[in-house]
Structure formats: C-alpha cells, structure tokens
Design a protein around this ligand. Structure first.
Ligand code: FES
Ligand SMILES: [Fe+2]
Length: 411
C-alpha cells in the first residue's frame, strides 16, 4: 500500500498553515513518517524528516535561520533539499558535511494546498488537475482537520451514500430543497440502487433514488486514487474535493477544498465554512482538533436528538466522523455484514487493494499518477426519467468523465 500511496503527490496541509519565511517549523506526520515543514529565507518550502541525521534530535526544536534549519543539539544545518550546509562540531578539514543528507521530500504549494511527493519517480509526476488548481485565491477555500481512525475507514463514510437519508436527516422535518442532504429526495427512497463505473484512476459511484413518482434522483460520487473523494454539490453550490490522507494506520488528515470555477466565493458560505458548517469541520481555533470529537462524545445533545436532528450532533462532518471513528481506529472487518448498499465501499477497498497489488508486482508507481488529467473531473447529480440507465445519460456523465489531452500532432 505504501508504494501505491507514494506514487502520488500527497496533500499535507493548507497553504495558509505553511509557516512564513524564517518562521519556526511545524511538525507533520504523513504515511507514518514524522516530518518538519518550514520555509527558508527565500520562501522555498522544506519538508524534512523530523529527526536530525546526526543523533536524532528533533528538528522541530531547531532554529530556522538564513537559508536552512539548524539543529540546536550540535548546530548542524540543513537546507530545504536536505543538504548539510554546516557541521560546526566537526574539524574545518572534515568533508563529512558533503556526505550527510537529511531525508527531504519535494514540496510545492498549488492552489490552497501544500503537496509533498514521497515517492521515487524521477522526475516526480505532475500534480493532479483538480478543478481548483490555478483559480484566483478568492475562488478557493481549504481547511484541514484530523480523524481518529484509519483513512480508508474515514473515506468509507463519504462514499456510502445510503447513510445520508438516515444519519443526516432532521426529525419530523425535511429541508425545503429536495436535493439538500436533509431534503426529501433522501427520505423518499432509503434504499438507492447503485451503478459503479470504473476508470483508470478509480471509479464513479452512481446512486439513484426513486423520487417524484416516476423519476430517479442520481448522484454520482467520484473516488480517485489513492484517497480523494468528490460528492456532488447542490445546483449553485461550490464544488468540493475531500482528501483522506493517512497520518498513521490509526489516524488520518482530512483536507477539504471548496471552490467556484466561475467567480468569487460568497461571504456567507465562507463564514459558514469557517464555522465548520456544510463541507468543512469546526476545529479548536489554531489547531486541527475538531471541536466535536470522539473524546467529548461530539457534544451530543439528547434533547436535540429527540426533537431536531437524528443524531443530536451539530454539523454534517461531525456526524460523519462520529459514525466512522466510533467503529474503532481500525474496525474489525471480519465482523461486518455488507449489504447491497455498501457497493461503493467494496469498490473502494478493491481499487486500493488492486492498486497496491499492481504496484507491488511491477515495483513501479501506479500508472494513474502520471496522468494528471484523470483528476479534472466533477461530481454531478440529476433527476432522470425513472427507467433511464445513468450510463446512457451523456449530458449527466460528460462533466464527470476525464478527457485526455489532445494528442500532439505527429511530425
Ligand atoms: S543531533 Fe542534530 S546536530 Fe547533533
Ligand atoms: Fe455523511
């Protein structure tokens, strides 16, 4: 699985969290590796193994000074590429400084996200071409929080659309908008039918609910290797991608990016997101710790549970986290009973296992990592005639499909 993960650029934190030039470093754990993140005097971002290559003191306590980070134990100093710049405890005639390197990973900021490449492809592949890449700052928003469970388990909560009509519903009430997650389309048919369409970088999971008599409300969720999910926005809402990044086997980062391709984000939606509503999660200010979390029972309000929301927990994202984290950090899958509604969860597990097997067999990065255009897709939804196969609905599918770059003209 490591080789599969390392095939891809890993989203590490929001760009807003990256320290400014010469500011103290931050700690970051990705794929079980403890790292530090800093920005040197010229503004270049460095991502280094946390432990100093001399005798292992943490570089988090180091000094970020004049073009590199200096370990405070014996003063060894490293630049963003891990090169040793100074080794002041060795004799001036020593050449050791040229031989020792700190483990460093390439890093770049694109859109509102810091990306780190932990693989061994030379050169590193291009970044995935999500719809937010290259948009002006006022059209994109990102936030990061962490969850106390395995990344795949957390991601299952996003792909499993069947839960929406239960977990997120209101008590004795539906939203005026039928397509809202608390709207009537999710109540009218609680056992959606499924259609999985496989692609080179993952799959599209269509789930359809019989609504308004003889129609079917189809939602198309995207799963993109190794841990990206997109669910369709309501008409007029911002698009989103969520990134479920392994921190350790038992914890993960969630980075959510929301954007509008055609204009600035609205003040009201930004205010709501900053407050942890809808697509984003409320955190303890200045941290990635969710406000409603496992160790405070997500601030469940049993009165609200009786009269207002099905869970008594505030916020769609907190409700999702409650169900995935409460299964334990790594749920015992030998004890589960999967039904037909779990089709997307099964497809995701298969895609990950097949990807990992393929990478192990070839000892190569996953081929999707070299095709950044596979990520320029959208999650969509539509109400279609009840008997229409979504696979034949071209207008519905067109924005969800990736388009290969035009072949270069032959010489
Ligand atoms: S442990 Fe870092 S310089 Fe010695
Ligand atoms: Fe949910």
């Amino acid at each position: 699985m490591g080789r599969l993960m390392r095939s891809f650029w890993i989203p590490a934190m929001t760009a807003a969290e990256v320290p400014a030039a010469d500011e103290p470093p931050l700690r970051l754990t990705l794929l079980g590796e403890r790292l530090v993140v800093f920005r040197d005097t010229e503004g270049r971002v460095g991502v280094l193994e946390e432990n100093c290559p001399h005798r292992g003191a943490s570089l988090f306590f180091g000094r970020n000074e004049e073009g590199g980070i200096r370990c405070v134990y014996h003063g060894w100093k490293f630049d963003v590429a891990g090169n040793c710049l100074q080794m002041p405890t060795e004799p001036s005639t020593s050449r050791m400084c040229q031989k020792v390197k700190a483990r460093a990973y390439p890093a770049q900021i694109a859109g509102p996200v810091l990306w780190v490449y932990m693989g061994d492809a030379q050169p590193a592949p291009a970044l995935p071409e999500f719809g937010f890449v290259g948009l002006p700052e006022n059209q994109v928003y990102a936030s990061r929080w962490h969850q106390e469970c395995n990344y795949a388990q957390a991601m299952e909560g996003e792909l499993d659309s069947a839960h929406v009509g239960f977990l997120h519903q209101m008590v004795n009430k539906t939203d005026a908008d039928p397509q809202a997650l608390t709207g009537k389309y999710f109540q009218e048919d609680t056992a959606p039918s499924w259609k999985i369409m496989h692609g080179e970088a993952g799959f599209m999971a269509c789930n359809g609910r019989r609504v308004d008599g003889d129609k079917r409300y189809w939602r198309l969720n995207q799963f993109l290797l190794p841990f990206f999910t997109m669910i369709p926005p309501r008409p007029g809402d911002a698009e989103l991608v969520r990134m479920w990044v392994p921190m350790t086997d038992e914890r993960c980062w969630v980075i959510c990016v929301t954007w509008r391709a055609n204009g600035p984000l609205k003040e009201a939606e930004l205010a709501a997101w900053r407050n942890g509503e809808n697509s984003h999660r409320k955190t303890v200010p200045g941290t990635t710790i969710p406000a409603e979390r496992l160790d405070n029972d997500y601030l469940i309000d049993r009165e609200e549970q009786k009269h207002v929301t099905f869970t008594g927990i505030k916020g769609i994202r907190a409700q999702d986290a409650m169900v995935t984290e409460s299964a334990g950090p790594i749920a015992d899958r030998t004890r589960e009973h999967l039904g037909s509604s779990d089709m997307a969860v099964v497809a995701m597990r298969r895609a990950l296992m097949e990807g990992a097997t393929q990478c192990a067999a070839t000892a190569q990065p996953h081929p999707a990592a070299a095709k950044s255009w596979l990520y320029a897709v959208h999650a969509v939804q539509a109400v279609l005639p009840g008997d229409q196969d979504p696979e034949t609905a071209d207008d519905f599918l067109a924005p969800a499909r990736a388009t290969p770059p035009a072949a270069s003209p032959s010489a």
